[in-house]
Design a protein around this ligand. Structure first.
Ligand code: PEP
Length: 253
């Protein structure tokens, strides 16, 4: 049976605080009426405190865009899992391709962050995805399997229910080039198979696997109807309330 769609908007380094606050207020007015969807937003760190207060009694998750893998210490410029949890985040993106590509994050660091998040009750959304070259070289499954197994290395089966996976082909992020629903579903099914091998079919089926990469109102529905696509991680189209709401509407109707 299809799960309730999980639609998460990643604002990245966009919007002003005032715009973010307005967005959160309007979104909560619209979403609280809609129980057919699970929705989250990932504001920049410095907006989290205000936005968590606004969304405290709503059914919208506030998701941090990143965390460090240590609890505290001499890590100038970094933000800990405890800090984002303290202000009210329930979830965190880990291993986004921009972190991997632009900030050199490696699988072992990503794995350590996932363990840190879980240890304090913050739910990770593990992002994985292949580059265009890797896809063209026929290495998609190899890359996906490596990122998935390394990201989840040492994590016990009973914690897997708290983790979501976001398949985000790097070649589709911010490029306007979306994976076809069939391409996305194929990789999701491959991910589900690995989770099933590792943790059993019931655990595997319970895991949310979201697709991300140039999702727009026009393509949201055709992606969401695919059997293995449980949700969407939306970047560019999530920073305008209108297009984010259209995506949400198109996923439930
Ligand atoms: C993302 O950054 O997670 C993303 C999917 O971006 P976009 O929707 O802009 O491709």
């Amino acid at each position: 049976m299809k799960k309730k769609p999980l639609i998460v908007g990643n604002w990245k380094m966009n919007l002003t605080l005032r715009e973010g606050i307005e967005f959160a207020r309007s979104l909560s007015e619209r979403i609280s009426e809609n129980s057919n969807i699970i929705c989250g937003i990932c504001p920049p760190f410095v907006f989290l405190n205000d936005i968590c207060k606004i969304l405290k009694d709503s059914n919208i998750y506030v998701v941090a865009q990143n965390i460090h893998n240590e609890k505290s210490g001499a890590f100038t410029g970094e933000i800990s899992a405890l800090m984002v949890k303290e202000v009210g985040c329930t979830h965190v993106l880990i291993g986004h391709s921009e972190r991997r590509q632009l900030f050199g994050e490696k699988d072992s660091f990503i794995n350590a962050k996932i363990k840190m998040a879980l240890s304090i009750g913050l739910k990770p959304i593990l992002c994985i995805g292949e580059t265009l070259k890797e896809r063209e070289d026929g290495k998609t499954e190899y890359v996906i399997e490596n990122q998935l197994r390394s990201g989840l290395n040492g994590i016990e089966s009973d914690c897997i229910k708290d983790i979501s996976i976001a398949y985000e082909p790097v070649w589709a992020i911010g490029t306007g080039r979306t994976a076809s629903p069939e391409q996305a579903n194929e990789v999701h099914s491959f991910v589900r198979g690995i989770l099933s091998d590792e943790y059993g079919v019931n655990v595997s089926n319970s895991v949310y696997i979201q697709y991300g990469g140039s999702v727009k109102p026009e393509n949201a529905k055709e992606l969401m109807v695919k059997s293995e696509i449980d949700g969407l991680l939306v970047g560019g189209a999530s920073i305008k309330l209108g297009s984010f709401l259209d995506i949400i509407c198109n996923c439930v109707n």
